[in-house]
Write a protein that binds this ligand. Structure first.
Ligand SMILES: Cc1ncc(COP(=O)(O)O)c(C=O)c1O
Length: 386
């Protein structure tokens, strides 16, 4: 099935001859029945036959079908945020006494889930450098039930050798989860390489317009059944039908948006790499990216994220740079239309700004869909203040 079929047609047929160009929003909590038999049938198959919108909803079902097809999995579930999807996925695979192996610096709230929440239930975690695939394997213990990957990783874009890790995990009966937000399903399909559960912050590229928060989990029918009957229905962190509709709308332009941000990101990275006021550019498609083999094996293209270290150790200089930016707004999320700068210092205590190892000069950039000329002009102005 090609992407045109996925984005524009899949799942949208109706029983009527006249198919609406845009699917209906079933903005309803409840579904009603004329007969006891129909009601009973629906409740027995609550994951597929609409009974109550915390379970299945026809608008959301269209979206889920498209997302599963995009990731190449049998099933998908959408959630009210990426964190809700991650929490449901992780909780579904662990119990008290289990051990998790996780990449060292996953998305911050994923780390908090493991360190703060799961530690209260007797689940321990070992963190391993995200570029050390063998180290991830070597850190597994007899009680390891879950390996949690992010490839490319948040902020620094290290990649893992997915095939190597999943081959080991399968031989030991360990489940693998991977956060694929950074690549999007267009640029990387981890299920092809054996990942059991793929999670996304759908707030990012999949929605792509900075107007909603959402998450998705893509997996096999077997794991879907387990999560649907457990964490999905119990935690209840669903996406509303209206937001499902919004994301269906967003998916129509996913490939165009990805193409545009990737093209812009390559131009901007090229500019920054040669700039004397930039000490370092961390970008999956830069000349110096340290894992070119894994990038070429797994990633079809770059996307819009990169991180720079300014050529200064002075907090005031970083602040001046940030405050001078006009096209780039200061903001945390990414994957939308708008270019953003996220200074690492905003996540740190100002008491640490003067300490030698503090990355006061580190800034994550998301390159959006503006013209690359205007973005470069904006960065030039800001860099000139250093
Ligand atoms: C890589 C990654 N994973 C997960 C999340 C969490 O997603 P959400 O903010 O939609 O809950 C984010 C959010 O910023 C993210 O960047």
């Amino acid at each position: 099935m090609d992407n045109d079929q996925i984005f524009f047609h899949l799942g949208e047929g109706t029983a009527f001859d006249n198919i609406p160009a845009s699917p209906a929003i079933y903005q309803t909590s409840n579904f009603t029945f004329n007969t006891l038999k129909d009601m009973s049938e629906s409740l027995q198959h609550e994951d597929k036959i609409p009974f109550y919108t915390r379970g299945a909803n026809p608008t959301t079902a269209i979206l889920q079908q498209k997302l599963a097809a995009l990731e190449g999995t049998e099933e998908a579930l959408v959630f009210g945020s990426g964190s809700a999807a991650i929490t449901a996925a992780v909780f579904s695979q662990i119990k008290s006494g289990d051990h998790v192996v996780c990449v060292e610096n996953p998305y911050s709230w994923t780390k908090k889930l493991l360190d703060k929440t799961l530690s209260r239930f007797g689940v321990s975690t070992t963190y391993v450098n995200a570029s050390d695939s063998q180290g991830i394997i070597d850190s597994c213990q007899p009680n390891t039930t879950l390996i949690y990957l992010e490839s490319p990783n948040s902020w620094t874009y290290e990649m893992q050798d997915i095939e190597q890790i999943t081959a080991y995990a399968k031989s030991k009966g360990i489940i693998t989860i991977m956060d694929n937000s950074c690549a999007s399903p267009l640029y990387q399909q981890p299920a092809k390489y054996g990942i059991d559960i793929i999670v996304h912050s759908a707030t990012k590229y999949l929605s792509g317009h900075a107007d909603m928060v959402a998450g998705v989990l893509c997996t096999s029918k077997t794991i879907f059944d387990q999560i649907f009957q457990g964490e999905y229905m119990t935690f209840g962190g669903i996406l509303s039908p209206f937001e499902s509709w919004l994301m269906i709308r967003s998916l129509r332009t996913l490939d165009m948006r990805m193409e545009r941000v990737t093209k812009n990101a390559l131009i901007v990275a090229d500019f920054l790499e040669d700039h004397p006021k930039v000490e370092k550019v961390i970008f999956s498609h830069s000349k110096n990216y340290p894992q070119p083999e894994l990038r070429d094996k797994y990633l079809k293209a770059a996307g819009g994220l990169m991180t720079i270290d300014l050529a200064t150790k002075d907090f005031q200089a970083t602040e001046k740079f940030c405050n001078t930016l006009k096209r780039f707004k200061l903001g945390c999320s990414w994957g939308g239309f708008e270019s953003l700068a996220f200074p690492a210092v905003t996540t740190m205590s100002s008491l640490n700004y003067d300490k030698p190892n503090t990355l006061v000069n580190r800034i994550r950039l998301y390159i959006g869909m503006e013209s690359s000329e205007s973005l470069i002009e904006d960065l030039t102005n800001a860099l000139n203040t250093i």
